[in-house]
Design a protein around this ligand. Structure first.
Ligand code: GLA
Length: 731
């Protein structure tokens, strides 16, 4: 029995007082942001525990008193609240880390050694805490990087040892959290191709709920790592305590949410350890990716806005910059095009009025031409039949039309029917003794192999060297990893982790040489969307499903975690809605088109051209402003989303009818948010279809107070199922 336990038991009826006295003498390490605190404490036995997670207290010295006011049942192990739960000693629940030492022993105990707080700038600080095993030369340093204003924390760990031989890491979480509440409500996501970001919100019960993926690449196809946990009750947009979490990792992840015997919630998040025992040599550092979280005690809306601001400022490539509107040819031509057709599309790009033409799949491969998705992937020379003069002539033609040119690649993957596969069968991930199994007729290249890394880097480098004017890249990733085996690796269990590290190495090289070129993170839709990848990409492709009705829901869910500037939304022929509805939905992010422009009815074309002009007047607010989700399509017949600029002087509000039943519509006004109560505003309808008058009076002026308390009625109904409003301050 430890001295601390004895003290507690002996204290008897005076337990409350004694506990407070005991705890207050212990080293307490508050990790605070503007409104949030995670508080660590070093126990008498040098264990590092979490004693508080939640709203920041005004007196930091009172954190030490928190454990004393709980009367939960006994923690036999004294480590349910460990800041990083080791396994093989006293632990009885899910560990954050488990290892086999060089001598074969499987036990680990981690004791506090020291901590260091570093202030990076006004907003950012970093705490590191060193933990060591008293019995083995093995240590873990926990890192907590805090972003004060944004209430965001990034947490990761670095594992090292000085043992005689390699240590095997069986589990290696990035973060371990401990939350106390009366109940915990998890919002998680699942999906499949064209059905990404389907939410489920349920109460967590005792035991473990694991969110994970084992797909290797296109890792989010069935489940992304983003989630939220509301405390006590489901947080609304403006009320309630909620934690948003995500792993900054583009491969297999695993997030365990364990409701423990004391009714507290343990969260362990990191790379998935599935089939991934990692053999760590002495003296080498094993760094986990960052687990990212933000905590709000004012509901989901604030959590999103904090995360959006943080992401634009610190993570997303050129997050605070501009984006290019575009015309893509994927759905207009699929694989069926040639130079002549593309030249026509370049002139359509100009006519439409967007910034760039994006040439999609099908432009490459000769021995096995890429005329469908069954051949040619991997052979990145322009197809001579379709493009006898290569890409450069198209880039020049684009210049002549005063538009930019972008191109699609899928550099990590290969069709078996390709020269690349014939020449380098050992570059492909596949089991040597088993039949090949394909995802979209293709296999994944082995990015653990430096030669493959050079090849993948070379695809981008060659394109940009040969065509310095190339202005945009769509980087696709359509296959998952089947038959995980690398001809390059000695340790097969390193494959999933080293693949992602190899990918980041390539992206790092690309960004060193080409820091600015915008790149879309596409993965057969939203198969790869995360904040590690977004450091190298300017935007992501949420889904191949561009049916605008579906997109209202999907973009809504993505918007909890990702700012609108990252969401590439294209107007296509999916869905039954008119062009206006489709365009309005695409405007709620980074707008593009993927339609046959020269088949548009004259008024449809005119509408699109005018919409691009309108978009130019509001895109800055959508990309860089604050987003407010006003009316939830899962709870109402009307979806409404608003963006407001920093000065609270202009905004744009998108409203849609999401149900077709008799007399449905915006019967009541929709309360606006984020305005200045004392300012006066004019609300005008924009993006009207040619010849359609608005039913709203453009001259009426309302105070911010009125708009936020009473609201505004966009008059959404059948016949007006998509209404865009622009709001401007009247001086
Ligand atoms: C994936 C992408 C699409 C398109 C095709 C091309 O499905 O998500 O946008 O680029 O590949 O094959």
């Amino acid at each position: 029995m430890t001295q601390l336990t004895k003290t507690i038991i002996l204290a008897g009826v005076y337990c409350f007082l004694s506990l407070n006295q005991v705890f207050s003498q212990l080293t307490t390490i508050p990790i605070e942001t503007q409104h949030h605190a995670l508080v660590l404490q070093v126990a008498e036995n040098q264990d590092l525990n979490i004693i508080y997670f939640g709203k920041k207290l005004s007196r930091a010295e009172e954190y030490g008193q928190v454990p004393g006011v709980y009367r939960q049942s006994e923690d036999y192990t004294q480590m349910l609240n460990a800041a990083y739960t080791a396994s093989g000693s006293r632990n009885l629940l899910e560990p954050a880390i488990s290892v086999t030492h060089a001598d074969g022993n499987k036990s680990l105990d981690l004791k506090y050694v020291n901590h260091q707080q570093e202030r990076i700038d006004e907003n950012v600080s970093q705490l590191s805490v060193v933990l060591k095993d008293p019995a083995y030369d093995f240590e873990v340093t926990l890192y907590y990087k805090t972003y004060q204003q944004h209430d965001v924390v990034e947490q990761w760990s670095v594992i090292r040892h000085g043992e005689e031989a390699n240590v095997t890491l069986h589990k290696f979480a990035s973060a371990n959290l401990y939350l106390k509440a009366d109940s915990y409500w998890l919002r998680q996501y699942h999906g499949d191709w064209a059905q990404e970001m389907q939410p489920e919100e349920t109460r967590l019960t005792h035991g473990i709920k694991t969110l994970d993926t084992k797909l290797g690449t296109r890792a989010n196809l069935f489940q992304p790592s983003v989630f939220m946990v509301s405390l006590d009750k489901i947080a609304t947009e403006d009320e309630g305590q909620v934690l948003y979490g995500a792993l900054e990792w583009s491969g297999n992840f695993r997030i365990d949410l364990e409701l423990d015997p004391l009714d507290n919630l343990r969260i362990m998040a990191g790379m998935n350890n599935y089939a991934s025992d990692y053999s760590l040599p002495s003296g080498e550092a094993f760094q986990t990716p960052a687990f990212l979280y933000t905590f709000s005690n004012q509901g989901k809306g604030l959590a999103s806005r904090n995360l959006h601001n943080w992401a634009r400022e610190y993570k997303i490539l050129n997050g605070e910059g501009n984006r290019l509107t575009l015309l893509n040819n994927w759905e207009a031509t699929y694989f069926d095009f040639n130079e002549q057709i593309l030249k026509g599309l370049l002139s359509d790009t100009k006519q439409l009025g967007v910034d760039l033409f994006l040439l999609d799949d099908g432009w490459f491969a000769n021995k096995y031409p890429r005329n469908g998705d069954t051949a040619g992937l991997g052979d990145w020379e322009p197809n001579r039949e379709k493009l006898p003069n290569g890409i450069s002539v198209l880039v020049e033609e684009a210049e002549a039309h005063n538009v930019k040119f972008g191109i699609w690649i899928e550099p990590e993957m290969v069709n078996p029917k390709s020269e690349l596969y014939e020449n380098h069968p050992d570059w492909v991930i596949k089991q040597p003794e088993r039949e090949e199994y394909y995802f979209r007729n293709q296999l994944v290249l082995d990015l653990t192999n430096p030669e493959v890394q050079d090849f993948v880097f070379g695809i981008v480098d060659d394109l940009l060297t040969e065509n310095p004017e190339l202005a945009y890249i769509k980087w696709d990733c359509n296959a998952v990893i089947y038959n995980a085996y690398s001809a390059h690796l000695d340790q097969q269990s390193h494959l999933y982790i080293d693949y992602v590290r190899g990918l980041y190495g390539v992206l790092e090289r690309i960004r060193q040489k080409y820091p600015e070129v915008p790149m879309m993170l596409c993965s057969g839709g939203g198969g790869r969307v995360d904040y590690a990848a977004l450091q190298y990409f300017t935007e992501f492709w949420p889904s191949d499903n561009t049916d605008p009705l579906e997109r209202i829901y999907m973009q809504w869910e993505y918007s909890y975690f990702y700012p609108a500037i990252t969401s590439a939304n294209h107007v296509t022929d999916w869905g039954k809605q008119p062009i206006k509805f489709r365009t309005d939905v695409a405007m709620m992010g980074k707008m593009g088109f993927d339609i046959v422009v020269d088949e548009l009815a004259p008024n449809d074309l005119k509408f699109c051209q005018q919409a691009i002009d309108h978009y130019d007047t509001v895109k800055d607010i959508i990309w860089h402003g604050d987003q407010f989700r006003l009316s939830n399509p899962t709870e109402s017949n009307v979806a409404s989303v608003m963006y407001v600029d920093e000065a609270k002087s202009s905004g744009v509000i998108f409203n849609y009818l999401v149900n077709n039943r008799y007399r449905v519509g915006s019967h009541s006004p929709i309360r606006l948010k984020g305005l200045d109560a004392d300012k006066q505003y004019r609300v005008r309808e924009i993006n009207l279809y040619p010849g359609t008058p608005s039913t709203l009076d453009p001259e009426k002026i309302y105070s911010g107070d009125f708009l936020m308390n009473i609201g505004f009625n966009p008059d959404v109904r059948v016949g007006r199922n998509s209404v865009v409003l622009q709001l401007n301050e009247v001086q």
